[in-house]
Design a protein around this ligand. Structure first.
Ligand SMILES: C[S@@+](CC[C@H](N)C(=O)[O-])C[C@H]1O[C@@H](n2cnc3c(N)ncnc32)[C@H](O)[C@@H]1O
Length: 345
């Protein structure tokens, strides 16, 4: 059952109009609609570009795989007619009070890696478009107690879904040094992953590492001067990706999306680091994550999508100025083609 919206829910109209006003007159979104719970929760990134990318049909069935504050969902709802439907996913229960009070909308407090199963439960077997705005919401970053940032002292948690047991505490305190090194190297792309992993293992021999500041202190000696924050961000990103199984979930989502999108349906993905973007780019181009173009007997490429955005779309200068958190965003758009046929010209 979708949760009931709370009384402080702000209407679509207020949120979207406020955003458009702020774009037009240059005032910051935060100032313009301080009262809006959802915009405080998260300012949607590349809102206009992603909604345009979905090429919405008023009577279509759509999925917002990453509901968060619901900024993108509200913009989609504004464009749907009576026959349209929107199913949204978010594995973080904190997103639930942002739910949209509309019979055409359903919010599922689930991981999007179970996309097909949960849609099937609701009688949906095909969709007209899917949007995924990956990563973490501002709310999750700002809740210092959840450990998503090294800037405030919080519990080493980093779970988006607090029903799962595996947390950052387990990653940091229980994994063998070699595994830790691989995680820091693969998911954080840290050049000194070995030294960092060793420092963590040395520190935890004395005492469990329980907080974000204790983790920061454990690796302090290995943070290059002038680049402390960059390296800490890479470290926290690595642990977060591991805790939430982010890359595997993304692969599951993309595969399932390609199976249930109708021909002509759009896949729109906003990613925030190169590991995600590479998977999305390869999958949209070739239908696999390695980016290997498979061909049929006659040499024609076998691909599920036509790539709509040849190059990744990035935020405008105006958006970057308004919302610093949009700075690493990359938007990619692809359209499902009826049969696996030639995609690349
Ligand atoms: C960047 S925010 C989305 C913000 C949203 N577009 C908005 O306008 O407010 C990403 C959201 O996706 C959720 N999320 C990330 N990975 C998920 C997954 N595998 N399954 C379900 N939700 C996920 C996070 O909990 C977070 O709330």
């Amino acid at each position: 059952m979708p949760p009931k919206p709370t009384s402080d829910w702000v209407s679509n109209k207020t949120t979207i109009e406020a955003c458009e006003r702020s774009c037009a007159d240059g005032t910051s979104v935060g100032e313009t609609i301080e009262s809006s719970r959802t915009m405080e929760y998260h300012v949607p990134v590349m809102l206009a570009e992603s909604i345009e990318g979905l090429n919405l049909r008023p009577d279509g069935t759509y999925v917002d795989a990453t509901f968060g504050g619901g900024g993108h969902s509200r913009a989609i709802m504004e464009r749907l007619g009576d026959g349209g439907r929107l199913y949204a996913f978010d594995q973080d229960e904190d997103a639930l009070p942002n739910a949209i009070d509309d019979a055409r909308f359903t919010l599922l407090n689930e991981n999007f890696k179970y996309l097909k199963s949960f849609l099937r439960l609701h009688g949906v077997r095909q969709i007209d478009g899917l949007l995924a705005d990956l990563g973490v919401s501002s709310h999750q970053f700002d809740e210092g107690t959840r450990g998503f940032t090294f800037r405030t002292d919080g519990t080493l948690d980093l779970r988006m879904d607090r029903r799962q047991e595996y947390s950052a505490f387990d990653v940091v305190n229980t994994l063998p040094e070699e595994n830790l090194k691989n995680i820091l190297s693969l998911y954080g792309e840290l050049p000194n992953a070995g030294a960092m992993a060793h420092a963590i293992v040395t520190a935890r021999k004395k005492k469990d590492i329980e907080t974000t500041f204790e983790l920061r202190d454990a690796v302090q000696r290995h943070l290059p001067r002038q680049q402390e924050n960059k390296f800490l961000a890479m470290l926290f990103q690595a642990v977060r990706i591991e805790v939430n199984g982010e890359l595997e979930a993304l692969k599951d989502l993309l595969k399932q999306a390609s199976e249930i999108l109708k021909p002509g349906g759009r896949l729109v993905v906003i990613s925030y680091h190169s590991l995600e973007d590479r998977l999305v780019k390869n999958f949209m181009k070739t239908g696999n994550f390695e980016g290997e173009l498979k061909k049929d007997f006659y040499g024609n490429p076998l691909v599920p999508f036509k790539v709509v955005s040849r190059k990744a779309v990035t935020p405008s200068a105006d958006e970057l100025e308004r919302n610093n958190r949009s700075r690493s965003a990359k938007l990619r758009i692809a359209e499902k083609i009826s049969q696996e046929k030639e995609n690349i010209d």
